[in-house]
Design a protein around this ligand. Sequence first.
Ligand code: CIR
Length: 255
Amino acid sequence: FEFRRAITRRPSASIVEGLRAQDIGTPDLDRMQQAHTAYVAALKRTGADVTELAPLEDFPDAVFVEDTTLCLPQGAILMHPGAPSRVGEVAEMATTVRGLYEDVRQIQGPGHIEGGDILVTAREILVGRSDRTDAAGVAELAEIAAEWGHSVREVFTPPGVLHFKTDCSLMDGETILATKRLDASGCFKGYRVLHVAEGEEPAANAIRFNNLVLMAAGFPRTAEMLNTAGYEVVEIDNTECAKLDGGMSCLSLRF
Ligand code: CIR
């Protein structure tokens, strides 16, 4: 959770075409841009050097940069998204990542894996299989990660949940914020787990970035719980990204 840099990409007008599990309304670009600006400002407040990339009209979901790459201290791994419309986002990100990392690897497939399914903790890398991430994708990641001294543990994203990290986030080396439904699977055994409040499940997709926890606004009981636990919480408007099943973690690469 201690990072020096982040990469973000500004939302494009094509965001209205973004993927969504359920149609709960068309995202409003202006409002999304405002929220995105607040998000980047919060990252910068922690001292981060933020690379802000230009919008990509050809890729409606490109604002959700997290899914394209896994950034580790030893190098970066370009993903192989399970959503066909998102595969081309990886090449767009690759140029930037190659400029910042010496060692850049790539998931070649045939397996699929998206960054939203990967939670890096102090002791291991948890990867949730989902509609976007399959066993072959996890296995290919595990091989590369092993070379760099990381162990990968395969877990499962609950049915109907887009990504593993839709339902959890790392608060510090040993502490995970999670929904009860995900924690019930037993995947966090041995960690300290904080549960989001009942009915506030979307609050679980948060990020700890240096001194701050960025979380979606509108989940007061979870915000209060985190404050009481000693975290400094910044609430960001997530209404527009939520229409596309996106949250705080999706919007940046952090390293
Ligand atoms: C998608 O369905 O791929 C996008 N609409 C949302 C991606 C959210 N990304 C993430 O949770 N890491």
